[in-house]
Design a protein around this ligand. Sequence first.
Ligand SMILES: CC(C)(COP(=O)(O)OP(=O)(O)OC[C@H]1O[C@@H](n2cnc3c(N)ncnc32)[C@H](O)[C@@H]1OP(=O)(O)O)[C@@H](O)C(=O)NCCC(=O)NCCS
Length: 147
Amino acid sequence: MRIRLAKHADAAQLAILSTQLGYPSTAAQIRGRFRLIHGDPSHAVAVAELPGGRLIGWIHVFVHIVLESERKAELGGLIVHEKFRGAGAGTKLLRWAEQWAKAHRLKSVYLRSNIIRKDAHAFYLKQGYRIVKTQYAFLKTLKSRRT
Ligand SMILES: CC(C)(COP(=O)(O)OP(=O)(O)OC[C@H]1O[C@@H](n2cnc3c(N)ncnc32)[C@H](O)[C@@H]1OP(=O)(O)O)[C@@H](O)C(=O)NCCC(=O)NCCS
């Protein structure tokens, strides 16, 4: 297995994995979002690829900037295909993101994880992460303006 940067041609496989993560997405949707990420140096997506080209996981890392605290790296998503878990792919992807963060002079990596993802929490704790807070996520859908 190797870790490499994602490319546009990966969209279909990234979509399958995103859907498995709980975010149903089509290849076209992923392609559109990836186009935005790919052109922005403060974001990166890496994939875990088996010999032969099958993708078994991806990670998205970006520079998190807010007014009130230091810049840090944030994980936008991490997923390993359910059939390939426990074989080290998640660790390799996380290490890749941490190296990316270091290369961008970021001193910490931050991530948010749904409280129902108990398995992922065990994984992150094992990887040296600690829980720093519990919070609600708020969302408001905006009405489109009539013309
Ligand atoms: C979390 C996830 C990315 C881990 O990937 P993975 O490839 O299975 O992890 P690894 O094989 O690298 O495991 C690394 C270590 O964590 C441990 N680990 C992994 N999953 C674990 C679990 N469910 N419970 C306890 N430990 C776990 C492994 O045993 C391993 O320990 P070891 O090195 O002592 O053997 C993967 O389980 C996944 O995709 N989960 C579903 C999506 C998800 O929740 N993503 C995170 C969103 S915040």
